[in-house]
Design a protein around this ligand. Structure first.
Ligand code: NAP
Length: 427
């Protein structure tokens, strides 16, 4: 029998507990032993969790689960990168108890140190639910693609951002009104910073990248941009050009991992992933391209990933947290590059007067950037107009230099936007 202690009985924890109780016979078959919840912890003892707690010990301090003799496996589902979650997981691993967690923030910040403790004590540390919720992204890398040389991992890793961008695309509404509706419907947090500024996706990408390329897990390696600067005008212009804007996490061999909005051809598979779904694409040798699509959050999908980890540990399929010993993990590339030459989408708000266009084109010429197309919407002597350029293939640094120079000139209103156009990369 495997005795399980669960810390956190919220959206995910309560679902994991209910499934463990309701499907005990089926899980016992799959795990080769009974999976028994012996102790739980949450902030409020009296709250109805939707399952009986009378035969299960309730501990006020979750960190105590690490010390209990009746707990062999700790399941951490409280959240927070520091505090009790980190203390519990650290103590449990030090005590040789295996840990399953869905806590992407904790793994992105402390995964390496925790993996080292796990290695030393021989315990397993598993976190499938931390990346893309119900999609078995880490298991795909660890198991299904284990014989492959991973070239690139890219994906839609944040359901809230994908929901907002999809709604903007389908309804023509602006970012603020779609965000407000997403908050009202419970798809976005009251404080949406982690999601819309790309931090949540960066946590997941740091973990994916570590497993894919044997990198150290380091959030500060990730170049992070969110979706706040994307306007309804960008969505409409991109559509006119045959593209869809998606927030993508991209990690490629020899390239700094990044989370940023990009233009994908509207016919590509990732461009068609709409709403709150997540998707992860693996480009690998020899398999070529594999895409996994599914729900990236929610009680059922996240519990599915947590339970798969529990079954793996019960059947001794845990393995090393990042696929190789921590002292053999290398540093990620720090070169800030989009992987060579790409086309770019540049949106500027400019005064509609003679001479402005030649100022802009001379900046682009100085940076050796050639323009592929230009669109201008609106015409008014008083109000600024939006000007959209697409470039031929160039480097990210040339585009960033050009945009910085334009900002220094007195011709722009507001911040310009430059997004990579991923033509060849998209399936
Ligand atoms: N929700 C998702 O769709 C999803 C998807 C992927 C990953 N995750 C990750 O899963 C984890 C849990 O998320 P969630 O959505 O289930 O969170 P949640 O609904 O807010 O639940 C958190 C649980 O932790 C308990 N808790 C918090 N602080 C505690 C403390 N100091 N001592 C004891 N118990 C404490 C809470 O107790 P009370 O109930 O008494 O307040 C609650 O039961 C997080 O790391 C999150 O990032 C969630």
């Amino acid at each position: 029998m495997l005795n399980i202690g669960i810390a956190g009985l919220g959206v995910v924890g309560a679902e994991v507990a209910k499934l463990l109780l309701n499907r005990s016979a089926s899980f016992a078959d799959k795990a080769g032993q009974e999976l028994c919840i012996t102790a739980v912890s949450a902030r409020s003892r009296g709250k109805d969790r939707g399952f009986p707690l009378d035969t299960i010990a309730f501990v006020e301090n979750p960190v105590e689960l690490a010390e209990r003799d009746d707990v062999d496996l700790v399941v951490e589902l409280m959240g927070g990168s520091e505090g009790p979650a980190l203390q519990l997981v650290t103590n449990a691993l030090k005590a040789g108890k295996s840990v399953v967690t869905a806590n992407k923030a904790m793994i992105a910040h402390h995964g390496q140190a925790l993996a080292q403790i796990a290695e030393e004590s021989g315990a397993a540390l598993m976190f499938e639910a931390a990346v893309a919720g119900g999609i078995p992204a880490l298991k795909t890398l660890r198991e299904g693609l284990s014989a492959n040389d991973i070239v690139r991992v890219s994906g839609i890793l944040n359901g809230t951002c994908n929901y907002i961008l999809s709604e903007m695309s389908e309804t023509g509404r602006d970012f603020e009104s779609v965000l407000k509706e997403a908050q009202d419907k419970g798809y976005a947090e009251a404080d949406p910073t982690f999601d819309v500024d790309g931090i949540d996706a960066a946590h997941k990408l740091a973990i994916l990248s570590a497993l894919a390329f044997g990198h150290q897990v380091n959030l500060s390696d990730v170049d992070i941009h969110g979706i706040r600067p994307i306007t309804d005008i960008d969505i409409a212009y991109a559509a006119e050009l045959g593209y869809t804007i998606k927030l993508l996490g991209i990690a490629a061999k020899g390239q700094k991992p990044s989370v940023k909005p990009c233009l994908l051809p509207s016919h590509s598979q990732l461009a068609k992933i709409s709403g709150a779904l997540n998707a992860v694409e693996f480009d690998a040798d020899p398999v070529q391209s594999v895409i996994c699509v599914g729900p990236g959050a929610g009680a059922g999908p996240t519990a599915s990933a947590v339970l798969a980890d529990i079954i793996d540990i019960a059947t001794s399929r845990g393995g090393l947290p990042f696929g190789k010993p921590t002292d053999r993990l290398s540093s990620a590339s720090t070169t800030n590059t989009d992987g060579g030459y790409l086309r770019y989408y540049i949106r500027l708000k400019v005064e509609d007067r003679p001479g402005v266009l030649s100022d802009i084109t001379s900046v682009l010429r100085d940076e050796d950037i050639s323009v592929a197309s230009m669109l201008q919407k609106g015409q008014s002597a008083d109000a600024p107009v939006s000007l959209v350029l697409t470039t031929h293939h160039t480097t990210q640094s040339a585009v960033l230099n050009a945009v910085a120079k334009m900002q220094e000139m007195d011709i722009l209103f507001g911040a310009p936007l430059a997004l990579a156009i991923l033509d060849a990369e998209a399936s």
